[in-house]
Design a protein around this ligand. Sequence first.
Ligand SMILES: Nc1ncnc2c1ncn2[C@@H]1O[C@H](COP(=O)(O)OP(=O)(O)O)[C@@H](O)[C@H]1O
Ligand SMILES: Nc1ccn([C@@H]2O[C@H](COP(=O)(O)O)[C@@H](O)[C@H]2O)c(=O)n1
Length: 205
Amino acid sequence: MLIIGIAGGTGCGKTTVVDQIVSELPEDEVCIISQDSYYHDTSHLTLDERTKINFDHPQAIDFELLVSHLKELRAGNSFEQPVYSFIEHNRTGETITTYPKKVIIVEGILILSDPVIRDMFDIKIFVHADSDERLIRRLKRDIATRGRDLEEVLNRYQTTLKPMHQQFIEPTKEYADIIIPTNKYNTVAVEVIRSIIDHKIRLKE
Ligand SMILES: Nc1ncnc2c1ncn2[C@@H]1O[C@H](COP(=O)(O)OP(=O)(O)O)[C@@H](O)[C@H]1O
Ligand SMILES: Nc1ccn([C@@H]2O[C@H](COP(=O)(O)O)[C@@H](O)[C@H]2O)c(=O)n1
């Protein structure tokens, strides 16, 4: 089993890079775990209280649960991955059964910030796009798919996204084995990563 961690600021293109990497891998050989599934359960809060959470701080993430799930996979067991709603700012109560596969990809803004999880990765990748590029993408995506408006995204950007990025996300670049520049689509880097995965899988077989 090969466990790959893919970090990088919001809107840098993590999900896009993951989709590109897995697009040519057999479906039964790869599983994807999103850090978003591990936002703490906030059912005890009202929707209004949930909107005030700082979702870019490491304390917003249930890293303990993520670690325990990765350990299940390493032990050859499946687990139930929570489904998260960006509209409700909470887990939906549904889960996706996630099975151990040859390649496990864990992606999220803060996944290189936790030392225990970091140690579990065979390959650590940081996806980099400039902050103006990320803000533009985040605006477009959040308005189109996450039920946000311009005011909300810009307000969150100034109050939490930018300071949290500088404090907790950008510094984790130093732990990365590979940094992928994604100011534009980077098919060469995706090809390189695919061949590293192929090589490492063969070594482990
Ligand atoms: N290299 C790129 N160039 C232009 N747009 C991109 C690029 N990568 C991703 N996008 C777009 O930017 C938005 C955010 O990308 P996404 O992969 O969801 O980022 P992340 O998972 O890091 O937040 C999406 O709408 C996606 O289509
Ligand atoms: N209820 C939530 C939870 C998180 N966010 C934002 O999502 C970002 C992380 O996801 P990416 O796909 O962009 O990596 C993070 O920056 C949080 O601010 C949210 O808006 N609402």
